[in-house]
Design a protein around this ligand. Structure first.
Ligand SMILES: NC(=O)c1ccc[n+]([C@@H]2O[C@H](COP(=O)([O-])OP(=O)(O)OC[C@H]3O[C@@H](n4cnc5c(N)ncnc54)[C@H](O)[C@@H]3O)[C@@H](O)[C@H]2O)c1
Ligand SMILES: [Zn+2]
Length: 366
């Protein structure tokens, strides 16, 4: 009924496959056998996801002769921290994982980031496999090898680059995902179309209803295309010394909005969508976008039901927050802007006034 799609993240000896299919969880053990001869797996998840899919994955593993220990971290971004990471490390020690053993991350980006860091640290680095279960993690965080936990002083401050051995994406898991989480993940999908692929952007426009309704064919398509684009970017710039920065479209604005909302008012994707709209107004001012293109971008978010009404934070406060972003070097804001639809430009010469004006335009655009 569903067809298996496969992609490769090409990174020399660290290359790995991404498999995408509806119902793939039950074949996850067979897939894993392709990359691992180990018998020991540490399955990292949280109680929410484990209750839904843990058993199925565990059975799939055990059928292939893996012996599975389970480490559950509490559900929530606030637990992506040192204490929980070390608890999982303790469990890795207790389970007597070896250099050849494997960490399996089953969950959203929080579980994936923490489990990946645990795998990077345990015995100086062991293999791990991602089974992402939120849209955001299926189209973004599970691919690319950035793993991290938060520090009280900032998000993702303690981390590493550690590529997974495989990514297994079963989009049927999205059926149980909260709708707001789903739409927040869609914002990252739109991002790929804007910066990299006009055809994909066209597809999103013409299939907005199917995407909103989470029809299988459109889920497969949007996840496949997003992973394809992310893989291409990561393959060219694994450690974010250049090109990979384009994946931050809308994020410098977005991080500031998330922070001003105390990380509770806005979902990450919502803040990114709003930030992308401000970046698009800037691009319009600098003639990188036509009025038509700017309107198409705003309309696509609307058609997909992604909330883009900006909170009424004061523009100068938003601007100050942007200067504190960890991507800012020497107080110089370096922003990714759309250049037409399907292309980008990195802009370093944006004045405070121009930014404040773009923020106001974005705030008034609805
Ligand atoms: N490593 C990267 O490159 C990268 C990129 C982007 C984001 N991130 C990180 O990802 C994290 C956010 O990830 P997220 O948006 O997936 O959030 P999340 O992991 O917190 O998941 C959101 C919620 O959905 C629940 N959930 C997960 N799968 C479910 C399912 N199938 N059905 C029902 N509920 C389910 C989770 O338990 C959680 O409550 C952040 O910490 C962010 O820093 C990392
Ligand atoms: Zn993001």
């Amino acid at each position: 009924m569903y067809s298996l799609r496969e992609l490769e993240v090409s990174l020399g000896e660290r290359s790995y496959p991404i498999y995408i299919e509806g119902g793939l969880l039950k074949s996850s053990g067979i897939l894993l056998r392709q990359v691992s001869r180990t018998d020991k797996i540490l399955l990292v998840s949280n109680p929410t996801v484990f209750a839904l899919y843990g058993r199925k994955v565990q059975e799939a593993m055990e059928k292939q002769g893996f012996s599975v220990s389970v480490a559950l971290m509490p559900d929530g971004e606030q637990y992506k921290n040192q204490e929980e990471a070390f608890k999982v490390l303790d469990q890795a020690v207790e389970a007597q994982l070896e250099r050849s053993s494997l960490v399996l991350a089953l969950g959203g980006g929080v579980v994936g980031d923490l489990a990946g860091l645990v795998a990077a640290l345990y015995q100086r680095g062991i293999d791990y496999v991602q089974i992402p279960t939120t849209l955001l993690s299926q189209v973004d965080s599970s691919v690319g090898g950035k793993v991290a936990i938060n520090h009280p002083q900032g998000k993702n401050l303690i981390g590493a680059f550690h590529q997974p051995r495989m990514v297994i994406i079963d989009y049927l898991t999205l059926a149980t995902l909260d709708k707001r989480e789903y739409k927040s993940g869609l914002a990252e999908v739109v991002k790929y179309g804007i910066i990299h692929d006009i055809n994909f952007f066209d597809y999103l426009e013409s299939h907005a209803e199917a995407i909103k309704a989470q029809e299988a064919g459109s889920l497969e398509k949007i996840i496949y295309e997003s992973c394809r684009i992310k893989s291409e970017v990561v393959a060219k710039d694994e450690r974010e010394t250049g090109l990979r920065a384009i994946l931050n479209l809308g994020h410098t604005f977005g991080h500031s909005l998330e922070k001003l909302g105390n990380y509770s008012r806005l979902r990450h994707g919502e803040a990114v969508a709003m930030g992308t709209i401000a970046a698009s107004f800037l691009a319009r001012e600098k003639n990188y976008l036509t009025v038509d293109e700017l309107e198409r971008i705003i309309k696509l978010y609307r058609c997909l039901g992604i909330p883009i009404r900006w909170p009424d934070f004061e523009p100068p406060a938003i601007y100050e927050g942007m200067l504190n972003d960890k991507k800012v070097i020497n107080h110089k804001l370096r922003l990714v802007l759309p250049r037409g639809i399907g292309n980008f430009v990195l802009s370093e010469d944006i004045s405070r006034e121009e930014l404040l004006a773009a923020i106001r335009q974005a705030q008034n655009s609805l």
